[in-house]
Design a protein around this ligand. Structure first.
Ligand code: SF4
Length: 222
């Protein structure tokens, strides 16, 4: 499930301890791996560093694209739907040159799921906007165009993880990440009113998303 759309599900997430930390699957670039298409961390490596260093966390970094396509690589984007549609055969993944990367993206996603299951991951925090790791918003077709289009939806790896029952958060789900921090540190559950006051929004609550991508997330019900 997309945890940002299901705040009631926080009660089901195991309270970790130092002895039994929460096993969190993390997009490699969020763990400062230089696994982005250009060989850097997409500028994200420091974003969650303090959270991932908490003694109640065991971070499990993985990059599905690096595994199947290598780094550096061309830029994959989904055409004709989102990651769920890719698995259903309704959409394809193409790079900026029109090369079909669909099967490689599915192989990377399957490897990420196998890794998550082998390590007993209990939650995933993934990089939004990616054709593999996106969960709230992804590109609608190639992003290297004059006017980039976006869509609500999930990436190819995220679709596989969700289908296997792993809860997923995006790095832009700031409200949910505040809840996660409280969960990990043993603090009292965070009051939604305070989060509103602090302007901490999940990605689907952001004014840009509300204005440009109105309507429900197609995978929010799961
Ligand atoms: S595929 Fe995922 S982990 Fe790899 S660079 Fe893209 S967003 Fe980061």
């Amino acid at each position: 499930m997309l945890l940002a759309h299901h705040p009631e599900a926080w009660a089901q997430l195991r309270r970790p301890t130092r002895e039994a930390p929460l096993r969190i699957l993390v997009s490699g670039c969020l763990a400062a791996w230089p696994c982005g298409v250009a060989g850097d961390d997409n500028g994200l490596g420091a974003l969650l560093a303090d959270l991932l260093r908490l003694p109640t966390v065991r971070a499990l970094p993985f990059c599905p694209e690096q595994l199947s396509l290598g780094t550096p690589r061309s830029l994959p984007d989904i055409h004709g739907g989102d990651g769920v549609d890719v698995w259903a055969g309704r959409a394809r993944v193409l790079d900026e040159h029109g090369v079909d990367l669909t099967e490689a993206m599915k192989a990377g996603a399957a490897a990420m799921l196998a890794f998550a299951q082998a390590e007993g991951a209990e939650l995933a925090v993934l990089t939004d906007l990616s054709a593999a790791c996106g969960s709230q918003v992804i590109s609608d077709g190639c992003r290297l165009v004059a006017v980039r289009r976006h869509q609500k939806g999930v990436g190819v790896a995220t679709a596989a993880l969700l289908a296997a029952g792993l809860p997923v958060l995006a790095q832009r789900d700031h409200r949910s990440l505040a809840r996660l921090r409280a969960h990990l540190t043993g603090a009292a559950p965070v009051d939604d009113g305070l989060l509103d006051h602090d302007g901490l929004l999940d990605h689907h609550e952001h004014p840009w998303v509300r204005e440009h991508l109105p309507g429900p997330h197609p995978r929010a019900a799961g």
